[in-house]
Write a protein of this length. Sequence first.
Lengths: 386, 295, 266
Amino acid sequence: MDGSVTLDDVMMRFDDFTAIEPTRLTIESGEFFSFLGPSGCGKTTLLNIISGFLTPSEGQVRIGGEPMASVPVNRRPTAMIFQNLALFPLMSVYRNIEFGLEVRNVGRAERRRRADELLDLVALGGSGDKPISALSGGQKQRVAIARALAVEPRVLLLDEPLSALDLKLRQHMRTELKAIQRKTGITFIYITHDQGEALTMSDRVAVMSAGRIQQVADPETLYQRPATAFVAAFVGENNRLPGRVVASDGETTTLDVPGLGRLAGRTGQAQLAVGQSAALFVRPEHLRLDTTGDDTRLEGDVTSVSFEGAWRMLEVCLADGSTRLRVLLGQGAGPAANPVAGHRVELGYAPRDAVVLTDDAPADVDAETGEPLASRTGEGQHAASA
Amino acid sequence: MLHQLKGRFGAPVAMAIVGLVGIWLVVMVVLPQWQMIAYSFHPNLLPAEIGGPKDHWSLTNYATLFDNRIHLAIFFKTLWSSVLVTGLTLLVSYPIAYYLAKVATPGQAALCLLLLVIPFWINEILRTFSWFILLAFRGPLNELLLALGLIDRPIRFLSGDGGVLVGMVYAYILFMVFPLYNAIESLDGNQIRAARDLGAGSVRTHWRVVIPHAKPGIATGCIMTFMLAAGSYAVPALLGSPGSRWFTQIIYNWFFEGGDWNQGAAYAFLLLVLCIGFMSLVMRLFKVGLADIAR
Amino acid sequence: MSAERFRDWGLRFYLGIFFVYLFLPLVIMGAATFNDSRFPTVTPWRGTTLKWFEALWADGGMWDALGNSLLVALGVLCLAVPIGVASALFLTTVESRAKPFVYGLILSPLLTPGVIIGISTLIFWRQFDVAGGTLLTVLGQTTFIAAYVMLMVMARLQRFDRTLERAALDLGASPWQAFRRVLLPFLKPAILSAAVIAFLQSFENYNTSLFVVGYDTTLTVYIASKVRTGLTPAVNALGLILILITIGLAVIYELKRRRESRLAAR
C-alpha cells in the first residue's frame, strides 16, 4: 500500500487571511516527515487539510496518488493523533482501540485480536479493560497511538502529541515513536514547534513560517546549510549580524556590518546582489577565542559566563556596543578560554563556518521565537500527565 | 444554519433537530402568543358573527380595564405587591446566600443546600396549603400567640394581603437564593478580605464589593420572583380572601365565569407586558443581558 | 468576641430561624393528618387517628386525578426531553447572527408567567376544535418544561470536548455514529436528570394546567380545588404522602448527582 502524500499547489484562505501559501510537496511512502514552525505558521491547518477536516481553497491533496477532494474525513486512509489525544473518556482502553473497527463492522473476536496485538506493540499488554482515567500520561499516549493504528491507516498524522508530557517522558516517547514507525512502515506526518523532536525523529523536515514552507531537507542539512534566514535563526542557536553586501561570488560573500566593519561568510543563496541587505549567521560553537590565521576577527567584552557542565556559554558585547554574540566553549578549550565577565576578548571564526543569507527574517523571529517556544513546553505540563 | 448541523450530526439528526426546535418555537411558543394577542384586540362574538362585519381589530377589551376602577385597582395592587414580595424575598435571601457562599464550610454548605432543595421539590400548592393551616383563625400560630399572651384574641391572618405576601415569599424564596448563591460564590474571597483590610466596614464591604459582583444573580432572582409573584394563582386563591383578589384571578374569571376569552386575553397580555416591563427595567438597572439570566 | 465571630453567630442564628420557617409549616401540615378533627389543624388536638388515610384511599376523584397526572407527566417527558436536547444541540452547534434571537425565543417560556402559557395554549388550539384536556395539558406544560431541559443539557454540552467528535470521524465513524456513540453517552447523565426534573415539574404544575385541564383534572389542580371546597384532613394525608415521596426522590437524586460530580472531578 502506497502511503505517499502529495500536495498539489494547496492553498488555504480564511476570509482575507492567507493561512497557507500555494504549496507543492511530496511526502514519500514510509517516511517520517515533520512540519516544524512557530505557532500560527499554518502547520496545523496543513494537517487538517491532509486529514480532511478542512477543504483547501485551491489545489488538492493526493494520498497514494489518489485525489482526496471528494473523500470525506471518515473515508480517508489517514488517522490522527490529537494534541490532547481525544481518547473517549467513557470507554475502556479496549473500546477506544476497537472504536474504528467497530464502526466498520469488524467482528468482535477479530476486533479483540487486533486490539491485543496493538497493545503489545505499544507495550501496554493486559491493560485493555482499564478505564482511560486510570492511565498515566504516557500510557494515554500509547493508547492514542494504538487506537489510530487499529484502523490500519496508510498515513498517521501527529499533531504535537508529546506537548502534554513532561520532559523525561517526552524524550522517551521520541525513541518509541520512531521505533513504532520503523516497525509498522506507515508514513508519519508530525507537527511540532519543538525542533528537538523534529530533528531527532524525522527523515525529512519542512520548516514553515507565515504559511510558507521555507526549506525541506533532512535534519543535518537544515542545520548545516539553512536555505533562508528564518531557518538559520529558527533551527538551532545562531548569532545574526545584519549588514549590506559589498562583494559576493558563488563561494564567499562579504558584508559591511555597521559598527563592525567587513565580515565574510559562505554564500548561502545564489542571488546575493551587491548593496542588498543580508545577514551573516555564525553558530556559537563556531566562534572561538584561540583564533587562527584565516579567521575573521571580532573584539568585545564578556558580559556573562554560564557554566553548563560539558560546556560554557559566553555572552560577548561587541565593539559597536550593541551587538551581543553567544559563544560556546567546549571542555577542551585552552587556558585562553577561561575568561570572566568584564574581560576583553578577541573572537574569531572561519568564514566557511558562517553563512550569509538574504535578511528576510523579521528581527524578532531569530532565537527569540524559536528558543522560548522550545523550552516552554517542558513546564507546567506535569499536572496534566500525572 | 442547517449546513452547520448537517456537518456535525449528519442529515437525519440535523433534520430532527431543526424539526423539533422549529415545531416547538412556532407551534407552542410563537403562534399561541400571537393568537392570544390577536384575540385580545377582537371583540367577543357569537360563533355566527365571526368573520362578519363586527369581527375587526379594536381596543375595547383594553378600555374595559381602564373603565373598571376595581380591576384597575387590583392590577396596580398586584404590581405593587409583587414588587414588595420581590424586595422582601431579596432581603430574606441575601444573608442566606452569603452564608452559604462565603461563610459556611463546604460540608455545611452542602447540607444546607440539600435542606433548601427539599422544600423546593415539594408542590407549590402543598407548600401554600401548609401556610393555610398555620395561619388559620383557630390555627397553631394564633394559639401560640395567645398562649404567650402576646394577643388577646385570634388574628384573621387570611383576610388581608398579609397572608398572601408571607405565602409568596415562602413559595418563591428558592428562586432568589440560588441565583444569589451562584453569583456570590464566584466572588474571590480575597476581595472581601482586601476590602476589610482597607478598613471598609461590613455594610460598606457588601455595598461596594459583594453586591456589585452579585448583580447578575440579584437581577435573575428579582426577575424570576416578580414573574412568579405577579403570575401566581395558587397563593392568592388559597391564602387570600375575596377582598384581596389578585389580577390572575380576574383573568381566570373572564375565562371560566365571564366566558369572555377575548377580554381575558387582553388582561393576560397586560400581565405579560407588566412582566416584560419589569424584566427590561431590572436588566437595564443592573446592566445585565439575557445570557447572564439563563445561567 | 471579635466582630467577625459575632457576625458569624448572627448569621447562624438567622439561618436557624430560616430553616424553621422553611420546614415548620410542612411539619404542621403533616401532623394535622393524624388529628381526629373534621377540619385540618393541630389545635386543638382531638386524638390521633389514621382514618384520613382511609378516606383518601376511598376517594375515587383523587385516583382519577393521579392517573391523569401520571399520563400528562409521561406525555411531557416524551415531548420535552427530545425538544430540550435538540435545542441545546442547536444552540451549541449553530453560529449565526440569528442565534441571539433564537436563544431569546427559547428562553422566553421561562420568563412568561405560567398562567399566560396556559391561556395562549387554550386559545390557540380552540381554532382546531381542541378543548382543554389531557392533550392540551401536555402541550402547555411542554412549552416551558422543554426550556428547562434545554438549560440542563446545555450546561453539560458546554463542557464537551469537540475534538472527541473529530476523533470519531477521523477513525471512520459517520456523523451519526459519532453522535450516537460519543456525544449521546456523554450527555446521558444530564438527559436523565432533565427527565426526572421534567417529570416532577409536570406532576407539580398548577398555573399552566389550571387553564388547560378541562375535565381531565390533574392531582395538583384536584388538591387546590379540595382546599377551597370540601377541605378535610384527607388532603393532608395526600400531601404528606407526596412530600415523603418527593423527599425520598430528592435525596436519591441529590446523592446520585453528587456522586457523579465527584466522579467527574477525578
